[in-house]
Write a protein that binds this ligand. Structure first.
Ligand code: IPD
Length: 264
């Protein structure tokens, strides 16, 4: 069985190289220049970054599988699958903002055992190996003490499709009067790390993909959060909730009562 610490080292190398490439590319993009086709320019950087990450991972471990946001799925013959988001927080990236991340997770037999969320512009590297705690730039981090839902600062995000957003706005409308406030950071991977370091109390989002949360979910869990979908399911495409035990339950129950994982 592959050693999760060795997988973490490789994930780190890949995320750092990918992050440096994407950070150099960010300076060349101006929102004004790319108004006609913003997605193309960003997709180009996404692709180049994902390719760089694939190169690093597969030249060291050619038999592994990879699931990437841009490149789709590639089969492997080993027990290991890498789950990669080259640029999570694309809109922040496009606008020259700092809150975007490279996310690299390593699964062994379907379970995430190591993960890195690299935030190049802020110089922050979040890491975790299953069972060994969560770290930011090598220093241990942990979730904030649980608070009452009414005192919770809650991060969330929104999808790109209008229908999905209508539903998300309804859920937000019902939640907002019941909590301290909302943060919309723009990167699901970073949102999960903010739960892990306690700079928000909780995070939930409908419609995020495994490459957005693979690494961040492990980091949040290792920092003491409960991370799951609704009604006893593991994190999934329909809903992801992350919060310390004690806060998780009331937030979860409210989201269930709002049917926050169902489209309108
Ligand atoms: C998006 C970000 C955003 C979240 C969206 C994701 P992308 O990923 O994580 O915070 O709200 O649901 O799609 O498109 O920037 O890789």
């Amino acid at each position: 069985v592959p050693d999760p610490r060795e997988l973490l080292d490789l994930a780190l190398e890949a995320a750092r190289k990918g992050g440096a490439l994407a950070a150099r590319g960010q300076h060349g993009i101006s929102v004004l220049d790319v108004k006609s086709s913003p997605t193309d320019v960003v997709t180009e950087m996404d692709r180049a970054t994902e390719e760089m990450i694939r190169d690093v991972l597969l030249s060291a471990r050619p038999d592994d599988a990879i699931l990437g946001e841009e490149g789709g799925a590639a089969q492997g013959r080993s027990q290991v699958r890498w789950v990669v988001d080259p640029i999570d927080g694309t809109v922040n990236y496009l606008y020259g903002r700092a809150e975007w991340a490279v996310s690299v997770a390593a699964e062994v037999d379907g379970e995430v055992v190591a993960g890195v969320v690299e935030v190049p512009v802020l110089g922050r590297t979040y890491t975790a190996v299953r069972g060994e705690g969560a770290y930011r730039n090598g220093e241990p981090i942990s979730v904030a003490d649980p608070v009452d839902l009414s005192m919770a600062l809650v991060a969330t995000g929104f999808g790109y499709a209008a229908e999905r957003r209508r539903k998300q706005a309804q859920v937000l409308g019902a939640l907002l009067p019941k909590i301290r406030d909302i943060r919309r950071g723009g990167s699901a991977a970073i949102d999960l790390c903010t739960v892990a370091e306690g700079s928000v109390n909780a995070y939930y989002e409908q419609g995020v993909h495994p490459w957005d949360w693979g690494a961040g979910a492990l980091i949040a869990e290792e920092a003491g959060a409960r991370v799951a979908g609704l009604r006893g399911t593991p994190p999934n495409n329909a809903m992801l909730v992350a919060a310390p035990p004690g806060l998780f339950e009331p937030l979860h129950d409210l989201l269930v009562s709002l049917e926050a994982d169902r489209d309108a």
